[in-house]
Write a protein that binds this ligand. Structure first.
Ligand SMILES: NC(=O)c1ccc[n+]([C@@H]2O[C@H](COP(=O)([O-])OP(=O)(O)OC[C@H]3O[C@@H](n4cnc5c(N)ncnc54)[C@H](O)[C@@H]3O)[C@@H](O)[C@H]2O)c1
Ligand SMILES: [Zn+2]
Length: 350
């Protein structure tokens, strides 16, 4: 097993990565003082894939199912979970276990953050995206009808288990979601772009990404600055996902991130921050992860720009996370004309 520490000031913890990591759950829970029972939160599809079978928290536990998909990230889910915790006498000293992808870890983590003003939780991440991103860093929360992740809490898990065996049942689309994040990490860590990431064994790939996220989160837990780099490629990606809402050909998150990474690279070149070679490296890394950075033909540049200006990471002007001589960093006050011209450069027509 590979162990990556997350040295956040509030509450440091370990991420355990490898085949069979889920079987360390009982040991992890046994190290938490005072736990008498666990609330195990998961989804039907995760259970049907077989990942609930044999999972042992080492204490008596109840299973709580949340619905599948983004719709599960609601305040109604949090209320239902908390009421079920009360019904089963889950105490302040007990533990919540989240078994699933980012939807489960976000909603169960948020329920743990608010139940009795905060109980401990352990993430057993079963999607590639959750293993390299969502399960780590303590951002928990749910959506409102007005937008994604508008209600949440920063509440760190007590431990994260990333069992690469669980990825054996992951649908191809979910793999692409995780690969989009891995392509992002290739530009955030040492040896940037770290093309060796592409050829590593799966557990080593996950561990390398986790180590990058852990370092960034430990340096800026509350996202006052550096943590924004984790949003690399995501400003356009979020706008594309919003614009594609309801379309049958809506891109998966990782596919949108692939387009977003190339957009960020081209925008950085337009602003004189990087050269052609560096843009080409973005192409190569994205392609090596099996992703296509082509801007969808339906994309409306003005609508995308409006959505990017509304991005909650942007303050009042257009803010992007861009590559440059000092590496990837937030850049404020980008001129709308440059942002638009870069979309046109990628084939968008008005
Ligand atoms: N908190 C954070 O820092 C953070 C970071 C990134 C993303 N997120 C959130 O994560 C969510 C997306 O997470 P996701 O991509 O993991 O999607 P997800 O949790 O919806 O999982 C995708 C699908 O795969 C199923 N599944 C999960 N594990 C499986 C397995 N091993 N085998 C077969 N099927 C499995 C799920 O039931 C679901 O249907 C979004 O809501 C996003 O906002 C949070
Ligand atoms: Zn992402």
């Amino acid at each position: 097993m590979i162990v990556v520490p997350v040295e956040v000031p509030s509450r440091p913890y370990d991420v355990v990565i490898g085949a069979g990591a889920r079987h360390q759950l009982a040991e992890v829970v046994s190290r938490l003082a005072g736990v008498e029972q666990a609330a195990l939160v998961t989804q039907r599809s995760v259970a049907e894939a077989g990942w609930l079978d044999g999972l042992d928290p080492g204490v008596p536990y109840r299973v709580h199912l949340v619905p599948d998909g983004e719709a599960a990230k609601s305040l109604a889910s949090v209320e239902a979970l908390c009421r079920a915790f009360v019904a089963h006498h889950l105490s302040r000293a007990d533990v919540v276990v989240a078994l699933g992808g980012g939807v489960v870890t976000d909603v169960a983590g948020f329920a743990a953050a608010v139940y009795h003003r905060g109980v401990r939780y352990v993430n057993v991440a079963t999607t590639l995206l959750a293993q390299v991103d969502a399960a780590i860093g303590g951002k928990t929360g749910v959506n409102l009808p007005e937008g994604k992740n508008l209600v949440g809490a920063l509440w760190q898990p007590a431990a994260v288990l990333c069992d690469t065996e669980t990825l054996s049942t992951l649908p191809e689309r979910e793999w692409r979601c995780g690969r989009g994040e891995m392509a992002k990490y290739a530009f955030l860590g040492p040896g940037n772009p770290d093309r060796s990431l592409i050829d590593l064994a799966l557990a080593d790939q996950v561990a390398r990404c986790v180590a990058i996220k852990a370092e960034v989160v430990a340096a800026d837990e509350a996202e006052t600055g550096r943590r924004m780099v984790l949003n690399y490629g995501h400003t356009l990606a979020h706008a594309l996902e919003a614009a594609a809402f309801g379309r049958p050909d809506a891109p998966a998150h990782g596919e949108a991130v692939a387009v977003g990474l190339l957009y960020a690279a081209r925008l950085a070149r337009r602003l004189g921050r990087i050269d052609d070679r560096r843009v080409e490296l973005h192409h190569q890394v994205v392609a090596a992860f099996g992703l296509d950075p082509t801007l969808p033909a339906w994309a409306d540049p003005d609508a995308l720009l409006d959505a990017m200006a509304r991005d909650k990471k942007a303050r009042h002007d257009l803010t992007f996370v861009l590559d440059g001589p000092a590496g990837v960093e937030p850049v404020h006050g980008v001129d709308r004309r440059d942002a638009l011209a870069t979309l046109v450069e990628m084939g968008a027509s008005r």
